[in-house]
Design a protein around this ligand. Structure first.
Ligand SMILES: [Cu+2]
Length: 192
């Protein structure tokens, strides 16, 4: 249980309010970013399939990917028959060699929503022979700002409390409240 000195709390309350306000603004920005993310149905109408056994061009998945514009945080929707296929997120080298031994992540439901990370990410099917048959693709995502640099990381810490002659404990408690507020709201955003 942490002790909050009431007098100091009152003295620094404006800084705390400012931090709260900043947190709210940041959450609104996050909400807008969430709403702005696009959902991409992988492979278009052909979905996530093995080209070589479905009479599709061998590179149809990559062709599809190349014609999409991906922004970090967008959703890749993989739809497939999960008794035949799955989705492995893999490294560049595993992608190149169609290695299924050390996937970064595995999806198996047949209707998977995968959040596109910044920069290049690689996807292959783990069923034997499917990646070699062309069931593989990579996507390149820009940052939400449209640049080539990584997206800004949300930093819930606030500077006003730490720069002035304010009580360190108050700054810490205030920061904790703001972080908790941001974290809980983010969870609500994700689960809504
Ligand atoms: Cu497959």
């Amino acid at each position: 249980m942490q002790h909050f000195p009431v007098a100091k709390m009152a003295r620094g309350s404006s800084a705390c309010s400012m931090a709260m306000a900043m947190a709210v603004v940041m959450l609104l920005a996050m909400a807008m970013a969430v709403n702005a993310s696009s959902v991409h149905m992988v492979g278009g109408t052909n979905k996530w399939n093995t080209p070589s056994v479905n009479d599709l061009p061998t590179d149809y998945l990559q062709t599809w990917a190349n014609n999409q514009t991906f922004v970090t945080g967008d959703i890749l929707n993989f739809v497939y028959t999960n008794t035949l296929h799955d989705v492995l997120v893999v490294s560049n080298s595993s992608y190149s060699s169609c290695s299924t031994s050390v996937p970064l992540k595995t999806y198996t439901t047949g209707n998977d929503s995968v959040i596109v990370p910044f920069d290049v990410s690689y996807y292959i099917c783990g069923t034997f022979g499917h990646c070699d048959g062309g069931q593989k693709m990579f996507v390149t995502a820009t940052s939400p700002g449209g640049g080539t640099s990584p997206p800004p990381v949300a930093t819930p810490t606030t500077t006003p409390a730490s720069t002035a002659h304010r009580d360190r404990n108050l700054a810490a408690s205030c920061g904790f409240v703001v972080v908790a507020l941001v974290a809980s709201s983010f969870v609500v955003l994700l689960t809504s």
